[in-house]
Design a protein around this ligand. Structure first.
Ligand code: RIB
Ligand code: CA
Length: 312
């Protein structure tokens, strides 16, 4: 029996690989994909999710529109990293897949009820998740687990000096998620940076099969060229590392933690801190502290070797 997974995404290039990793895993059934503005605007995110599903020759997975902006602050984006369309500006033909009319927050609650024990995988700002928790406070009890990419528990920011993008983009939503019993597994930016994949290794992976050659490689070409031009040594893959924990839990070492999100308006806005005092606050999540890179690379390799609608 395949394990049900619900993915919430702001579909940029790393989200795309994470979604593909789940789509090609025979032990996983992706029962729905909800979209949130983040890396790029909501319209691009929705189109990108449909294109990713097309690329992997995926069945008719329901795709839902969610929040087009954060709960409180003005929208931010990461188009400089992911391209203006969020998929490396390759220019894929628009998908003909239908997009559901049901709003993402309502769909998240309905899918959780319909698939008891499902794993929720938030890969972008947590706006949809916060809205779903407001609709159904019992959502954490309906879910089997939540594994999210977000935060920087040692304070290495990317969107701001001390804040990681997914949290920085909607700190209020993130704070609500950590306060309402979601108890997620957290794959953060610090561990992402500690486990880079060298470009020659990446190049070998994407050359290894149709989905790598005709989709995963091309959507990352822009990011690769930008990284090499700056002396970058490899690709970070934050969302795929979170998805790897869902697909192969032994890939990560987890530790319970009491995580807090700064929702103030200082330079620390969006910062995520962990209580490391002798007597810390009760834990509200589990933070991944180590990653088995060979196990992660095996999942990426398998994904790159899968069939692709855009070439053999
Ligand atoms: O900070 C990395 C996160 O922000 C990833 O989820 C990436 O896709 C962007 O959303
Ligand atoms: Ca993302």
């Amino acid at each position: 029996m395949a394990r049900p997974v619900i993915i919430d995404t702001d579909c940029g290039v790393d989200d795309a690989l994470a979604i593909l990793m789940a789509l090609v895993d025979p032990a996983i059934e992706v029962v729905g994909i909800t979209c949130v503005a983040g890396n790029v605007g909501l319209g691009h995110v929705v189109r990108n999710v449909a294109t990713v599903c097309d690329a992997a020759l995926a069945p008719a997975i329901p795709i839902f529109r969610g929040a087009s902006r954060p709960l409180l602050m003005a929208p931010v984006d990461a188009a400089s990293v992911h391209g203006s369309d969020g998929l490396g500006d390759v220019g894929f033909a628009p998908s003909t897949r239908p997009i559901e009319r049901e709003p993402a927050a309502a769909a998240l609650v309905r899918l959780a009820r319909a698939h008891p024990g499902a794993t929720l995988v938030p890969l972008g700002p947590l706006t949809n998740i916060a809205l779903a928790l407001a609709i159904e406070p019992e959502l954490p009890q309906l879910l089997g687990a939540t594994v999210l990419m977000g935060g920087a528990v040692r304070g290495t920011g990317n969107a701001a000096p001390a804040a990681e993008f997914n949290i920085y983009a909607d700190p209020e939503a993130a704070a609500l998620c950590f306060a309402r019993g979601l108890n997620p597994v957290v794959l953060d930016w610090d561990l992402t940076l500690a486990t880079p994949i060298a470009w020659p290794v990446w190049d070998g992976l994407v050359a290894g099969g149709p989905l790598g050659r005709h989709f995963i490689g091309p959507i990352n070409t822009r990011l690769r060229e930008r990284s090499l031009a700056r002396g970058g040594r490899g690709i970070n893959l934050p969302d795929p590392k979170a998805m790897a924990i869902v697909l192969d839990p032994a890939v990560a070492r987890l530790e319970p933690a009491a995580l807090a999100v700064d929702t103030g308006w200082s330079a620390a806005r969006g910062m995520t801190t962990v209580d490391r005092r002798w007597h810390p606050a009760p834990p509200n999540c589990h933070v991944a502290t180590e990653l088995d890179l060979p196990r992660l690379l095996a999942l990426v390799e398998r994904t790159c070797q899968a069939a692709c609608a855009f070439g053999t």
